[in-house]
Ligand binder design. Sequence first.
Ligand code: SAM
Ligand code: SF4
Length: 466
Amino acid sequence: MYRGDFINDEEILSFLEEGKNAGKDEIRNIISKSLSKQRLEPIETAKLLQVEDKDLIEEIFDAAKKLKEEIYGNRIVFFAPLYIGNKCINNCVYCGFRRDNHSIVRKTLTREELVEQVKILESKGHKRLILVYGEHPDYDGDFIAETMRIVYSTKNGKGEIRRVNINAAPLDVEDYKKLKEAGIGTFQIFQETYHHDTYKKMHPKGDRKSDFAWRLYGLDRAMEAGIDDVGIGALFGLFDWKYEVLGLLTHAIHLEETFGVGPHTISVPRIEPALNTEYPEGGKYLVSDEDFKKLVAIIRLSVPYTGLILTARENADIRREVLPLGVSQIDAGSRIGIGGYEEEDYIPDKEQFQLGDMRSLDTVINELSKEGYITSFCTGCYRSGRTGENFMSMAKPGLIQDFCIPNAILTFKEYLLDYASEDTIKSGNAVIEKELEKLEKISPKLRSTVEKKLKLIEKGQRDLYL
Ligand code: SAM
Ligand code: SF4
């Protein structure tokens, strides 16, 4: 039933029903619209979601690959999650951190432990973190802002964190302003499910998280507080994945219409096994690998300019398959236990769920380099004010190529000089060489600007960007 916020369950369900009747030509017209880099309308996305024909599905995959290539190039941005505390006042049925899960050891990093974790991450080459928190009165705006300041001020040799993103419970405008002040990159909130009745079942009555609208408008408040970059997401596996894709699109359109700019990123977590936690509804809505590929490709086609995040929840094989379909950001070398970066393995009693890809950052970068992807640790945009609307107006004419690729080259070079293994140095330098050749074709002047900066980096300068 429709409850008066901007998610109208009945409307979404009716789009899905109507979407079943599309002919092949209609689907191809929608794909063409997307390839001309226009955002799709919900009914158009619904039609793509209902495609069953194998050849047409391949056409959707091909188009998603093409669009990604055209807008983002072969660049993959790397980040790492850092869990700050797992105390939680909520009882979300799917989450290992839920209040009643007594198998979990509750822990919040002390200042010293946080510094230690950040130094470990810096020693691996990370420059971008997402800090993650349970929902608890201890983790208010002041606390989150303080942890951000600690992260930014922790250096380790040449290592430093240049962008801190946050995934925490929705805050009020005053608290968001504190994070803005502390230099936040993106504030992420996953709605979990956009289906009101399912949301109710997953988030027991009386819990703070049971308020669907408080969460749904959480990113509106962040934007009102001046945070330009916000990230949305749905936890796939709670309800019909096709419905959730339309929920995400509706949310993106709402932000676009209200603030003139859509979300900076969309995350597509699939539910993972967690200690002492059953799958909701006995796993009825778990998303198969094949459907997961479809949903990533269709999101790519629906919102061409929004970054897509694929986390290490997924195993290495599925990450390999899904990456080309539109993903722009991944994490690697991740540990999600509190204090997890000191451990080589799982620490199940401090983890929210189980990760699928535990490979090291260097291993993943090496593999992607051999496949021709260029690694980026770039944080130039948000530090040059290219965020929110400014970012979108630049991204739209394809300027990502002019800034993001050069900055990927520069930050990747830093990584290769400071942290990479012998084999990654080889594969990485080959990728940089190819990218410079491509730049030459777009603009010899740009290549020469980048090469000058590369020389400075080789001489020991750091943090150079366009
Ligand atoms: N506690 C805050 C909240 O719920 O908004 C902060 C984020 S919570 C630590 C991070 C996200 O993890 C949740 O929004 C949810 O989507 C995801 N999550 C929870 N349980 C999960 C599971 N079993 N598998 C995969 N992701 C899960
Ligand atoms: Fe707490 Fe967030 Fe887990 Fe819910 S998803 S139990 S709010 S940590």
